[in-house]
Design a protein around this ligand. Sequence first.
Ligand code: SAM
Length: 533
Amino acid sequence: MIAKTFQGLEEVLAEELTNLGANDIEIGHRMVRFTGDKRMLYRANFCLRTAIRILKPILRFTAHNADEVYEAVKSVEWEKYMDVKSTFAVDSVVFSETFHHSMFVAYKVKDAIADYFRDKTGERPNVRLNNPDMKLNIHIAENDCTLSLDASGESLHRRGYRQKTLEAPLNEVLAAGMILMTGWHGETDFIDPMCGSGTLPIEAALIARNIWPGVFGRHYDFEKWPDFDPELLDEVYNDDSEEREFQHHIYGYDLNVYAIEVANTNAKAASVTKDVTFTQQDIANFEQPEQPALMITNPPYGERISSPDILGLYHTLGERLKHAFVGNAAWIISYKEECFQEIGLKPTKKIPLYNGELECKFVQYEIFDGKYKEFRGDGEKLNKVEVIERPKLVRKPRRDELFRDKDKEPVVIENERFYGHEKFKEWEKREARKAEKLRLAAEAEQAEKTEKDAGDQKPKERRGGFKSDRKPGGFKGKGAGFKGKRDNGFKGKRDDNFKGKRDGGFKGKPKAKAESYPERKKRELKEKLMNNQ
Ligand SMILES: C[S@@+](CC[C@H](N)C(=O)[O-])C[C@H]1O[C@@H](n2cnc3c(N)ncnc32)[C@H](O)[C@@H]1O
């Protein structure tokens, strides 16, 4: 299996996997490979704090051109994973000289799956980008291709506790990764003096009490797979045997009173209000805490959040650390070198880390009092900065960057930018034709569905025994236990989502007679495309 993560978090993710009992752990670029059984697959989704998604590879092959990709994908026994009524989507990641565009590879995979079912049944499953029944991922590194099922669906950073948000919140996966990187698991108090919506304090509370991030009742795409085992998921969901007491306390502060309101709402939804206190306070008024504490904070960088005096803010932060955080360690994630300069303290560790697109640094400061020689027994060490080099941090250029022509304005196709390189001209035309074809097909399908719905008096047919067996009741036991134990926010959500999701997937499809509506649409589309050429 593959757990995907952000660049820089691979090692903490590998450590989390080791603690979960995964085997054959292998660190890669923004991902960690591992092996394990179905329980491990469910636990990886449910328990990992630093994974964005879990993929289950089903086919690995070598391909030298798009036709070979098509043939390999078509050779899979697709009935094992989906049926012709299933909707699906394909995500693609390509690092290759041979395959120039990831979207084209995704089209080939879609075609192969559609043709597989068409050859066997005369019908093709539909592509649906939003909430499909089956999400696939094709990864190509040069000629090495891996086709995987996406077990998570929605990104795992969406724990389900974030009710409200502010500008520039930290991603939950990144926040958890930063905390785990420091080695903190709840051994001291924890402070974030610029907490915004409270992501760091809330993730810290979950880590301190070892509450799995899956407990908030979100869904996973593996619940839609034919081999889904609801009892096993219930077992994983109900197992709180690894939770522990937290003997210390977590504090979040922010200048913005609304941030405090948002952070409190989120902490309530995460059921950690007992462990976390949020208070409005300017960093300028930060006082020496009574108990030993770890500070992790994410001040504004002046990028997404502007502040009238950003350097002044970092200066104040450095001054407060020096005078009011003696004997403790503070970690700061920021983007610009001049901000770190302004802190005016000697860092003890520097870790490169991406926050979204921004290449940031996560920097540690150990604040000693005047007698730090006695404290450490080795004053010299303080002058050495441990720079954690991560060779894998060198980002491979995306394909649009490889072919970038800096003098030209980019052409944007489906959020990807192309810079007018000749090599892409033909491709662009082809892709535009394909996109139009897909759009018309989707239109035809929608029209067909509307026609069918209007004429159909019969109740809709359920499909897939595994799905009808899966009832909200399966989760109810857990939800109910959970409700009593923590908070009542999750249960309703889980059941509601569940119902909507299930019902949405069962719609039957009309059988074609003579020249059916879709056939007519296809014929018209073909004629239209021929006329365009
Ligand atoms: C980048 S945001 C933090 C986002 C947060 N980590 C989250 O996940 O939502 C920076 C925060 O610093 C706060 N801030 C700015 N100046 C401050 C000051 N002088 N004292 C305390 N907080 C301040 C802002 O209000 C903002 O919420």
